[in-house]
Design a protein around this ligand. Structure first.
Ligand code: HEC
Length: 102
């Protein structure tokens, strides 16, 4: 009986974990955390002392998706790893920023 329980528990844990592996760095939230949170903060509020703008300010809310995408790929202070992100990943990050802005 006990063995069966553990087998089920392990199977359940495995099935719960696999979709997360598969999504990995490909969803907007993990991309944001990996590429943007260092500077803009996990809550996207920015760091005024370091002149890093908030991405959840009224100004940022008014920016179009295109404006946000362009900012990511064109801002001089963005490191190469940010500027060279593939467009589909930038779009996923922008969608995630929209959820933070709500
Ligand atoms: C090395 C620190 C750093 C990283 C990493 C970084 N940023 Fe920035 N970001 C800045 C700074 C500094 C500015 C302001 C630069 C300027 O205005 O020229 C900025 C500006 C922006 C702006 C324009 C905001 C506005 O109000 O005009 C957006 C949008 C933005 N970043 C999004 C992102 C996203 C999305 C990522 C991750 C893919 C990212 N940034 C990663 C430092 C960073």
């Amino acid at each position: 009986m006990k063995t069966k329980f553990w087998m089920l528990a392990i199977a359940a844990a495995w099935f719960a974990a696999v979709p997360n592996f598969a999504r990995g760095a490909d969803d907007g939230a993990s991309l944001y955390k990996a590429k943007c949170a260092v500077c803009h903060g996990a809550d996207a509020a920015g760091k005024p002392a370091a002149k890093i703008p908030s991405l959840v300010s009224d100004d940022a809310k008014k920016m179009s998706d295109d404006d946000l995408v362009k900012a990511v790929t064109e801002k001089a202070r963005h490191p190469a790893g940010v500027k060279n992100l593939p467009p589909d990943q930038v779009k996923m990050i922008v969608s995630y920023i929209r959820t933070l802005q709500k």
